[in-house]
Design a protein around this ligand. Structure first.
Ligand SMILES: Cc1ncc(COP(=O)(O)O)c(C=O)c1O
Length: 383
């Protein structure tokens, strides 16, 4: 069958293809150390799993669930935002639980974009913003983030562009893949920019709680709810990537539009997952301290590995689950260097170009691998 025309504009997800190649290497007896993927290997909160198991025994657990999620989950998200970001969100109108934030990228795009609309997307960034924009017939317009500018958007430069067709702008702070935090005025300036040009601003915020002592939210800034939405997720914060739980937060009107799409696409989230997620969202400070302790130890080792590979690091704190580094000189491209370490040391790390052309010259290493494995990787490089 001839696929739909829209598929002509997108490619199979890079990791979907690359992981197949790695599986084949492993099948042939090569032990590849995978430092490419940001899928947390640590367990979720114990009491969240216990609640999920308990809830599975409820009589009504196996029926269709509400399209808006249960009150317990929305209230837990509201309390989480209040506690961690000092943001007030109405649990009944301003939070919509999602099956992860990736799903939200599609729902938001379907709810607000018409064919031909333009979307401002950071380069480099999470590839899904671009592919989904194309899938809904809109046009990605990239704004380049540069190391010299701390990977922050340059609103003065953006003001010089023709913005007449721009309907939406993606922000993602803390930023993946670079690990940059939003600069001092970035959210504030972004809101002013969005107001001036009637643009819907969306901040994708799944990394605020990993190695970051000052979590920030777009919604903590004045008038953000009128022009903006925020995506959040339990995938990284609570090691629950496989559960598929996230949320979109914003004004009642905008969420109603998203619900129109979502309620036509799924029939609610499994109740035990919702109740377990609510427990996770109520975790106290200790959860974050323990997580950071483990990731910090891994990062110390990973930085050693990265230096042994001849990569260069920027002098700034890296927030989130990754180490972003410059490839050594002598390689034509990020992909060439990534391929080189895969073939020579059987180490996989993601070439920066997976995240856009501005990722050329960089490589991304994940912290989702235990210390012993990183040590093994160091030994391979030393040998
Ligand atoms: C920037 C960014 N946004 C969203 C996601 C998707 O997360 P979720 O598991 O919540 O769908 C990822 C996953 O890697 C990500 O890196």
């Amino acid at each position: 069958m001839k696929p739909a025309n829209r598929l002509a504009f997108i490619k199979e997800y890079y990791f979907s293809k690359k992981l197949q190649e790695i599986r084949e290497m492993q099948h042939n007896g090569i032990e590849v150390i995978n430092l490419g993927i940001g899928s947390p290997d640590l367990p979720p909160p114990f009491d969240a799993v216990a609640q999920m198991q308990l809830a599975a025994k409820q009589e009504k657990a196996h029926q269709y669930q509400s399209y808006r999620g249960v009150d317990e989950l929305r209230e837990a998200f509201a309390n989480f935002y209040k506690r961690n970001f000092q943001v007030d969100v109405n649990a009944h109108a301003e939070i919509l639980p999602l099956l992860g934030s990736k799903e939200g990228v599609m729902h938001i795009s379907m709810a607000f974009l018409n064919e031909g609309d333009e979307v401002l997307i950071p380069n480099p960034s999470y590839p899904t913003y671009t592919s989904v924009t194309k899938l809904v017939g809109a046009k990605p317009v990239f704004y380049e983030l540069k190391e010299a500018q701390g990977w922050q958007p340059n609103f003065q430069e953006l003001e010089q562009q023709d913005l007449s067709k721009v309907k939406m702008m993606w922000l993602n702070y803390p930023h993946m893949p670079t690990g940059a935090k939003a600069g001092k005025n970035v959210f504030h300036d972004a809101i002013k920019f969005a107001q001036k040009h009637h643009i819907l601003l969306v901040n994708d915020n799944p990394y605020s709680f990993i190695l970051n002592d000052q979590p920030d939210s777009l919604l903590a800034y004045p008038e953000a709810k009128e022009v903006g939405l925020e995506l959040n997720s339990l995938s990284k914060t609570f090691n629950m990537a496989g559960w598929r739980v996230g949320a979109v937060l914003g004004s009642k009107e905008n969420l109603q539009s998203i619900l129109k799409v979502k309620s036509n696409m799924d029939s609610g989230m499994f109740l035990p997952i919702q109740l377990g997620a609510a427990v996770a969202l109520n975790e106290n400070e200790d959860w974050f301290k323990n997580l950071d302790f483990i990731y910090q130890n891994r990062k110390t080792k990973l930085l050693e590995l990265v230096q042994k590979l001849g990569c260069q690091l920027e002098e700034r704190a890296l927030v989130g689950l990754f180490v972003w580094a410059k490839i050594p000189s002598g390689y034509k491209s990020s992909e060439e260097f990534s391929e080189h370490i895969l073939q020579t040391h059987h180490l996989f790390a993601a070439p920066g170009t997976v995240f856009g052309s501005a990722g050329e010259g960089y490589i991304r290493f994940s912290l989702c691998v235990d210390e012993a494995t990183i040590e093994k990787a160091i030994k391979r490089v030393e040998a």
